[in-house]
Structure formats: structure tokens, C-alpha cells
Design a protein around this ligand. Structure first.
Ligand code: GDP
Length: 534
């Protein structure tokens, strides 16, 4: 078995044992169930069902969470840390619904690998595919879990073929299912020559594992009916002939994915997958940054904000910046430099997201995710260092594709609305523009469902009913250039000018023709569809 730590001998052992990953899947494939089983085997929870139960307790607190529940979507991403054998797993949760892809994309900048969960009956679905493409852009290593094998599922070769063809990645079987649907007995572990038998009676019981000596081992005859055993031998032989062999390097480079078959709800195949994460997912990787890349083994601490979440705890009105540590050994109370503002920042109450609850992080290492409560200084894309002016790059900001006017139900509450909207803008939940002329705000999002979530959150968290109405504008462009030409441009186009939550100038329009015209008439002014996260 490959020990990833041996690949990078310079990594301190504490860093080398870390595996930071996300689960990508189409809604309903079994991500929540699998997460729960991970936590169960990581010893983070005592009983399956706690994650959901806890989620529900939290959800009752607010309507938008209610919405999340009704629609079966998970709006907010969070991080969970737990130990498994000699490893420390950091699982970063990604929202599943496509309208929240912005958040998801950013989350994927904070992980070193992804687990792709597919439903054995459905194969590669639309959302899996989209998320996979994002992983591919970053060459993220991907491990695949084919779930729900206890139900009627597709033929094993067909599933593997579909992934290979649909996603253009080599697939190598790490396990091979025995029987389908009601006849599904378990898997043959192709990497470790074991027979894993599923226990249907006890869903939380770890499968019985029998060490074998090859496919002719008589223990197979004792446990598998003859017709299924014959089929298994045939299929495994064919698989070994036709499918690529596991190549750990190709997995690390994102060209090959090992696939495990299992049933999350029956706790089956989950441990094998976790072992696989330990063995084939990489340890913390270097972070891309300007003017130089950051290596995790550097002794100085650096980290970057990939997500900001406001009002996580409605009682405290706090705002938590999720920081991925890119290098070093962090200790509570450390003084770090907030590179964007060049200001020092003492991190006295960092939070580690243990599955059971939030907990104060006394220390953390490169690869870990910590939460830093703050009052709005920390924004998505910000870098923290011990003084060096480094900026982590590659955290995407998306052009808002849908614009709507937003007004407070009570016109006297416009100031409150401004505060709420700007807070969500800083959180990265929406783009907010204040027109230079007229009243109200224009809110820009990537997916229409974001308007609804925003509306419910403003009402719940700020007690402000709001209305969204169609806007005359359909596009927003950030205005760049020297002061004089920009002033000349904005003065001549006042009806189209607005400012975002940072006070930066934005040009609002409904026609591509307008944008082309600006580019022609004002050569010293540049319009951009996204604002680089500063
Ligand atoms: P998510 O939307 O991806 O988080 O999916 P969930 O974990 O909520 O699972 C969706 C549904 O599939 C739930 O009803 C689960 O109980 C069910 N489910 C999850 N894993 C399995 C499995 O291995 N077998 C079967 N039959 N159902 C499963």
C-alpha cells in the first residue's frame, strides 16, 4: 500500500497525516449518509443519525434552513475534522444544489481531493458532472464511491464504462460487487484480496472481512453461492484484463479514479473507502500564490479565506471566516498579518469544526480548516501570513448573471437593508450594488434560487421583510482605470453607475452593445465581468 507521506519526506508527520477533501455528488446519491458513516468510523459521533438530528435541531431555528429541508438542499457548507486510524480527515462539505455552485467552486479550492459519490442505478448525473469538471480544472485527485449497491443497480462494467466515457478519466476497480439488488452479498476487495460481506440485519455493523488467497480460495465457496462465485471470478478476470491497473501517481494527478462499490446506509464499503482516502488521496498540497507558491512544510503559518458565513449562531451574530491553512503550525493566540489591509490580527478564538460541535482550536496544521470569528475584516480570498506579502490565487468570483431590485417592505428600514445586504455581499452570497441615482439596491446572483434564500435570510436574521423586483439591468461590469478617465466615464453615464459593498464602481446595463460602445468610446476605461477578489 502506498504511504503518501513517503512521497514528501520533508513534510512534518502531523501535516503528512492530514487528508483534506470534499464530497461531490448529485442530490440524493447519498452524500449525507456517507458523511455520517465517516464520522461514525472516525469516532466523532456515537450513533448514526446524529448528523441529521443535529441538522434538524439547527434547522428549526430559521426559515431558510426550513427551505433547505423542504427542498432537500444543503445551503451552507461547513467543515468537519476527525481522526481515522493514523490519519486526520478534514471533510469540507459542499452545497449540493446547482444554484449554489459559486460557494461550491470556492470550497473546492480548499481541498486536496474529492470523493465522487454516484448512485449505482443512476450513474453519472448532471450535478456530479459539473462538479467533476471543476475538480478537473484543478487536477484534483478523485476517488469514486458507487453507492446504493443494495438496490437494483447497473452492471458493474457499464457503470465503469459510463464514468470513463462521460468524464474522460481512467477508472480502476478497487472492489468488485458480488450479486445485485436483493442478491448483493458484498464485494471482493481487489486491492487487498479480501472478501467483504454485507450485514443486512445491522445497518451500522462493519462488514465481515475475510482474508483470502486469491480467487480460488476455498473460503469463497463457503460464503458465496456457486453461480455468483462463478460470475465473480469471470468478471474479475475480465476486469483485470480490460481495465487499467491502479496507478497511485495517475490518481494523484487526477487522470485515474479508483472506484469502490458499497452501500452507505448499510455501512458497507465505507471503511474500505476511508482506507483508500488514507492511501491514495494526497497529503496537503502547495497553494498557488503570488509572488510565489506556498509549501505546506514552511514553518511560517499562512492561510486563506475560502468562505465567510454570517450568523452561524443566531444568538451571537458572529461571522466566521473559513480559513484553509496553507503552511506551518498554527497556535491559538498567534498574531498574523492580514495581507490585504496590512494590519496585524491576533487570532485568539479560532474554531475547529469537530463533528460533535465547534471547539476552540488550540493548534492546527497546514491542511486544516479553522474558523475565525470576526466582524467583517476577513473576506473571501484574503490571505493571512506571518508578515510576508503573499496572496493566494485562484479563488473564483463569478459574474452575477441575474439582477433584481431589492427593497425593504418598510421604506424606513432602507439603512438596515443596506447593512444586511452588504453583509451578505461580504459573505459572498450575492453581489450588491447601490445605484448612484435613485433608491433601493440591485442584487446580482448566479442562480435564481439565491434570491429566495437571501430573502428568507434577511427576514429571519434581520427581521426585515424584503421584496425582489425585476430590474431594468441585466449585466454588471466592474469599472477599472485611472481616476480621470473613470470620472469622465461615470459622469457621462450616471444612470448606469452603481457602487458595490467595497465602494468600487460598477457599470450596469442591459445590452452587450452598450459594453462594446464603452470599450470603443473610452479606451482608457476597462470593464470586467468579475471583480478579482482583492
Ligand atoms: P444526499 O442528498 O446525497 O445527501 O443523499 P442522502 O444521504 O440524504 O440519501 C438520499 C436517500 O438515499 C436517503 O433516503 C437515504 O436513506 C438513501 N440512501 C443512502 N444510501 C443508501 C444506500 O446505500 N442504499 C439505499 N437503498 N438507500 C440509500
Amino acid at each position: 500500500m502506498l504511504d503518501a507521506a513517503s512521497n514528501r519526506p520533508e513534510l512534518p508527520a502531523e501535516i503528512a497525516r492530514r487528508r483534506t477533501f470534499a464530497i461531490i455528488s448529485h442530490p440524493d446519491a447519498g452524500k449525507t449518509t456517507l458523511t455520517e458513516k465517516f464520522l461514525l468510523y472516525g469516532g466523532a459521533i456515537q450513533m448514526a443519525g446524529q448528523v441529521r438530528a443535529k441538522g434538524e435541531a439547527r434547522r428549526t431555528r430559521s426559515d431558510y434552513m426550513q427551505m433547505e429541508k423542504d427542498r432537500g438542499i444543503s445551503v451552507s457548507a461547513s467543515a468537519m475534522s476527525f481522526d481515522y486510524q493514523k490519519f486526520r480527515f478534514n471533510l469540507v462539505d459542499t452545497p449540493g444544489h446547482s444554484d449554489f455552485s459559486e460557494d461550491t467552486y470556492r470550497t473546492l479550492t480548499a481541498v486536496d481531493a474529492a470523493i465522487m459519490v454516484i448512485d449505482g442505478a443512476k450513474g453519472v448525473e448532471s450535478q456530479t458532472r459539473k462538479l467533476f469538471e471543476v475538480c478537473r480544472l484543478r487536477d484534483l485527485p478523485i476517488l469514486t464511491f458507487c453507492n446504493k449497491m443494495d438496490r437494483e443497480s447497473r452492471d458493474t462494467f457499464e457503470i465503469i464504462d459510463e464514468i470513463q466515457e462521460n468524464l474522460a478519466i481512467d477508472v480502476t476497480p478497487a472492489s468488485w460487487p458480488i450479486g445485485v439488488g436483493r442478491d448483493f452479498l458484498g464485494c471482493y476487495d481487489m486491492l487487498n484480496d479480501r472478501l467483504e460481506l454485507m450485514d443486512r440485519a445491522d445497518r451500522n455493523k462493519v462488514a465481515e472481512s475475510i482474508r483470502l488467497e486469491g480467487l480460488d480460495d476455498p473460503r469463497l465457496d463457503e460464503n458465496i453461492p456457486a453461480h455468483l462465485l462463478e460470475q465473480l471470478r469471470e468478471e474479475v478476470e475480465m476486469a483485470r484484463e480490460l481495465l487499467p491497473k491502479l496507478d497511485p501517481q495517475a490518481v494523484l494527478e487526477g487522470h485515474m479514479t479508483p472506484i469502490w462499490f458499497g452501500s452507505a446506509i448499510n455501512s458497507f464499503g465505507v471503511k474500505e473507502l476511508m482506507d483508500g482516502i488514507g492511501s491514495y488521496a494526497p497529503e496537503p498540497q502547495p497553494a498557488r500564490a503570488e509572488p510565489r507558491q506556498i509549501a505546506p512544510e514552511e514553518t511560517k503559518v499562512t492561510g486563506f479565506v475560502f468562505k465567510v458565513q454570517a450568523n452561524m449562531d443566531p444568538k451571537h451574530r458572529d461571522r466566521v471566516a473559513f480559513v484553509r491553512l496553507a503552511s506551518g503550525h498554527f497556535n491559538r493566540g498567534m498574531k498574523l498579518t492580514h495581507v490585504r489591509t496590512k494590519k496585524p490580527m491576533t487570532v485568539s478564538a479560532p474554531v475547529l469544526f469537530l463533528a460533535s460541535d465547534r471547539e476552540l482550536a488550540e493548534e492546527a496544521w497546514a491542511g486544516d480548516i479553522i474558523g475565525i470569528p470576526n466582524h467583517g475584516q476577513l473576506r473571501i480570498g484574503d490571505t493571512l501570513t506571518e508578515g510576508e506579502a503573499l496572496k493566494v490565487t485562484g479563488i473564483p468570483s463569478f459574474a452575477p448573471e441575474l439582477l433584481q431590485n431589492c427593497r425593504a417592505g418598510d421604506p424606513m428600514k432602507a439603512k438596515h437593508l443596506e447593512k444586511a445586504l452588504f453583509q451578505f455581499a461580504e459573505e459572498g452570497a450575492a453581489k450588491v450594488f447601490k445605484p448612484a441615482f435613485g433608491s433601493g439596491f440591485i442584487v446580482g446572483v448566479v442562480g435564481a434560487l439565491q434570491f429566495e434564500v437571501l430573502g428568507s435570510r434577511i427576514e429571519m436574521e434581520y427581521g426585515l421583510p424584503v421584496r425582489f423586483e425585476p430590474s431594468q439591468f441585466t449585466s454588471a461590469r466592474w469599472v477599472h482605470g485611472d481616476k480621470l478617465p473613470v470620472e469622465k466615464f461615470t459622469n457621462a453615464n450616471k444612470q448606469h453607475i452603481a457602487h458595490d459593498h467595497d465602494g468600487d464602481t460598477v457599470y450596469l446595463t442591459r445590452l452587450q452593445w452598450d459594453i462594446d460602445r464603452v470599450e470603443r468610446d473610452y479606451p482608457d476605461v476597462t470593464l470586467s465581468a468579475t471583480k478579482e477578489m482583492l
